[in-house]
Design a protein around this ligand. Structure first.
Ligand code: ATP
Length: 270
């Protein structure tokens, strides 16, 4: 079961160009993660320690995982993903053991990027640490921090974590030398939405009249993931209609379907 908790990808296929918007955010991630992997001597010469960990925070489906994968791909690093929720285990010591295994594996596979999704599952501020389950989660978090504190000797392993619940995090994980690079990954703005729509319709047979600008202004508040499902749904409408070309009307229908299927008639709010 332990091996299954981690997703190991020797060469993830995501490229920087597959990411819509987020240019500035990507630049920050690359500076913190890619530069130390590719050019460690530069840090030595200048005499600064590269940031230990990068924390990406923001609403779901905005490209956090994509960014981590793309950096791994473009630096030829192994991508090792673990969900924070997987680190919350029933039996005493199991969570800490998973953390140790995770870092051991990364060292073996270096250069490697460890990506911990939903870090809040192990790193939420505890209001009541007396219950035993909480104490165990706390131990797992301490193990994670101690692995990160021992980073210097670790060489080519970088760590990226992500959360949708920044407000819930224990400040201990944000201290210098830990997740000391915070990067907010917001929902896409108009221009980014246009770009994301363009990316996800690249392989689609679109009618002339499909207009990214109009679609983007209609989809304010959509995440990248929601824009992706909009394009897929539009394609499905064309298929149902027996057409091999996707029309603007299909996107409008897809939009209505997506908005209506979310409970209160609006997109889920963050
Ligand atoms: P979560 O917080 O739910 O884990 P996330 O921020 O890690 O979400 P991703 O897994 O990176 O989100 O994105 C999910 C999917 O949505 C991607 O595989 C991609 O198809 C699409 N997507 C999200 N953001 C973007 C973007 N900025 N550009 C292009 N596609 C995007």
């Amino acid at each position: 079961a332990r091996a299954q908790a981690m997703e190991v990808d020797q060469s993830p296929s995501v490229e920087y160009d597959d990411i819509g918007g987020l240019e500035e955010k990507l630049r920050e991630v690359r500076e913190a993660v890619e530069d130390p992997l590719v050019n460690p001597e530069q840090f030595e010469k200048v005499g600064v320690e590269p940031p230990s960990g990068v924390l990406l925070y923001g609403p779901p489906g905005t490209g956090k995982t994509m960014m981590a994968k793309a950096v791994a791909n473009e630096t030829d690093a192994t991508f090792i993903k673990m969900a924070g929720s997987e680190l919350v285990q029933k039996f005493i010591g199991e969570g800490s053991r998973l953390v140790r295994d995770l870092f051991e594996l990364a060292e073996k596979e270096e250069p490697a990027i460890i990506f911990i999704d939903e870090i809040d599952a192990v790193a939420a501020e505890r209001t009541d640490s007396k219950t035993s389950g909480d104490a165990e989660v706390q131990r797992t978090m301490m193990q994670l921090l101690s692995e990160m504190d021992g980073f210097d000797e670790r060489g080519d392993v970088r760590i990226i974590a992500a959360t949708n619940r920044f407000d819930m995090l224990d400040s201990a994980i944000l201290r210098p030398g830990r997740f000391d690079r915070l990067i907010e990954v917001p929902n896409p703005d108009q221009e980014a939405r246009e770009r994301i729509l363009e990316i996800h319709t690249e392989g689609m047979n679109l009618a002339e009249a499909v207009d990214y600008e109009t679609l983007a202004s209609k989809t304010e508040g959509f995440s990248g993931a929601e824009l992706e499902s909009l394009t897929t749904e539009a394609g499905m409408f064309a298929i149902r209609d027996g057409r091999d070309e996707v029309k603007m009307q299909d996107f409008d229908d897809a939009y209505t379907k997506i908005v209506e299927s979310s409970e209160d008639g609006s997109m889920p709010s963050y």
